[in-house]
Ligand binder design. Structure first.
Ligand SMILES: [Zn+2]
Length: 140
C-alpha cells in the first residue's frame, strides 16, 4: 500500500516517451510524447514539431493496411453472414450497414496501427536495409 501524500513510484520509462499502445491510440510522438505524429487523420507529419524527430526516416509501408484488410474483412463478412442468417434483411440494409462500418473501421484502425508500428520502429531502432559500401572481401 502506498501511503497518501507520497509521489507515485517511478516506472523507469524514458521521460516523455509513450508506450506503443498510447502512441497508436493518441498519435503521440514516440520520442517526446507530444500529439504530433499525424498531419491529418492517417497521414504522418514530416517531423515532430516539439522535438524535431524526423518521422519521414521511418517507413511503416503497407504492412498495417494489408494486415487490417484481412482482419476487418473477416470480421465484416462474419457479421454480414450472421445478420443475413438471423434477420434476412434486404440487400440495401446490408449496404447501409457494412459500407460505412467498414470505412470507419479501416480508417480508425489504420491510424492506430500506423501509430503503434511507428512507435515500435522508433523504440527498436528499426531502419530500412542498406548496402554496406565497404565489403569485407573483394569480388573475384
Ligand atoms: Zn517529438
Amino acid at each position: 500500500m502506498i501511503p497518501s501524500g507520497e509521489p507515485a513510484p517511478d516506472t523507469g520509462a524514458a521521460a516523455g516517451a509513450p508506450s506503443i499502445v498510447d502512441a497508436g491510440l493518441k498519435g503521440l510522438c514516440p520520442r517526446c510524447g507530444q500529439p504530433t505524429l499525424f498531419d491529418g487523420w492517417i497521414k504522418f507529419a514530416d517531423r515532430c514539431t516539439a522535438c524535431q524527430l524526423d518521422f519521414a526516416a521511418f517507413n511503416v509501408g503497407d504492412g498495417p493496411a494489408a494486415f487490417l484488410t484481412m482482419i476487418l474483412g473477416a470480421i465484416v463478412v462474419a457479421l454480414a453472414i450472421a445478420l443475413e442468417l438471423t434477420l434476412h434483411p434486404p440487400l440495401w440494409v446490408h449496404m447501409l450497414i457494412w459500407i460505412p462500418f467498414t470505412t470507419i473501421a479501416v480508417i480508425g484502425s489504420l491510424r492506430l496501427a500506423k501509430g503503434a508500428l511507428m512507435a515500435a520502429e522508433y523504440r527498436n531502432a528499426a531502419r530500412e536495409g542498406r548496402i554496406d559500401p565497404t565489403p569485407d572481401a573483394p569480388l573475384p
